[in-house]
Design a protein around this ligand. Structure first.
Ligand code: 3HC
Length: 285
């Protein structure tokens, strides 16, 4: 099936990024949020990202207008009914996702594919609450979506080969390199990335080095764009903690156990860039 119309649930950081790249790839996009405030904020993020591209000479004003005109924002779930694929990027709460999928299954056309952008929850469990588990897969994008070249396409035991192929082709049309993987916690990237971030926090906790030296070590020693603590601030300490808990619950391996420092910082509301404070202070930026 050729994907011409893309539905997106959730206009947060990831949903708005997916909307932007899908529209840039020439597809019609309908993006749904639960209320007008969230929708306005998400659409504003897309506008800002496109304006930055215009400033940098990567896009002209007409191109920006065309990308925006291709995206329609809505708070009505029924507006997703004739989409060929629905990508879900709502809050990482399994019950909320299950409720959404049960509802989507009753309104979205029968041939459409469902794809979750979850970073660590079970795609299989989500597919199982619908009557289209064979048309269900994961499409895990990376932040910032317009910049990061990767998408993980996740196959469950129930995903049909045709669905998997359509999802792969869709990812490639968005300009991404596809990594295929099975539905296991953390897929490929977070399974490797999260213990690395947690180990960096443990190194800080144990006084191995300062946060700046830990970050510089990995940035300059391994040519990573960000050091592990800077990256944890970027991803969100709450998100990192949440993913670590899911991975630990599954694997019972100490590498996935959240260090006490991470837990304490999350409890203190130091969630990283988005709250103005994480390992570093962003309040003046
Ligand atoms: N939207 C669109 N473009 C953006 C952008 C955004 N939000 N943020 C940055 N860019 C573009 C800039 O326009 C610039 O483009 P140019 O080189 O063509 O001019 C380029 O990206 C570099 O940006 P900057 O010069 O402003 O800043 P940096 O060089 O510091 O790069 C960064 C910023 C791209 C975020 C870089 O630091 C980076 O790659 N960091 C690592 C990000 C990462 O690892 N992401 C994955 C996180 S894990 C994840 O998402 C999985 C989840 O499940 C946890």
């Amino acid at each position: 099936m050729e994907i011409k119309k893309v539905g997106i649930c959730g206009c947060g950081l990831m949903g708005s990024g997916i909307a932007e790249v899908a529209s840039k790839a020439g597809m019609k996009v309908v993006i749904r949020e639960v209320n007008d405030d969230f929708l306005k904020k998400g659409m504003g993020r897309i506008e800002k990202s496109l304006s930055k591209a215009v400033e940098k000479g990567k896009l002209d004003e007409a191109g920006k207008k065309a990308v925006l005109d291709n995206i329609s924002g809505t708070t009505e779930i029924d507006d997703l009914k004739d989409c060929d694929i629905v990508c879900e990027a709502i809050v990482e709460n399994l019950n909320t996702k299950l409720e959404l999928y049960k509802h989507l299954d009753t309104i979205v056309k029968k041939e459409a594919i469902f794809a979750s952008n979850t970073s660590s929850l079970s795609i299989t469990e989500m597919g199982a609450v619908t009557k289209r588990a064979d048309q269900f897969c994961g499409l895990h994008f990376f932040n910032p979506v317009p910049v990061m070249k990767l998408v993980e396409v996740v196959k469950t035991v129930a995903t049909s080969d045709a669905t998997f192929q359509t999802a792969k082709t869709f990812g490639e049309k968005l300009g991404k390199v596809v990594v295929s993987c099975q539905d296991t916690p953390g897929f490929v990237v977070n399974r490797l990335l999260v213990p690395y971030m947690l180990d960096a926090i443990r190194a800080l906790e144990q006084g191995v080095a300062t946060k700046e030296d830990i970050d510089n070590g990995m940035k300059l020693g391994c040519a990573y764009p960000m050091g592990p603590l800077e990256l944890t601030d970027f991803v969100g300490l709450d998100t990192t903690y949440y993913i670590a808990e899911i991975l630990f619950e599954e694997f019972k391996d100490h590498h996935y156990a959240a260090p006490p420092l991470l837990k304490a910082m999350v409890k203190a509301g130091y969630h990283g860039r988005k709250t103005g404070r994480g390992f570093y202070d962003y309040s003046k930026k």
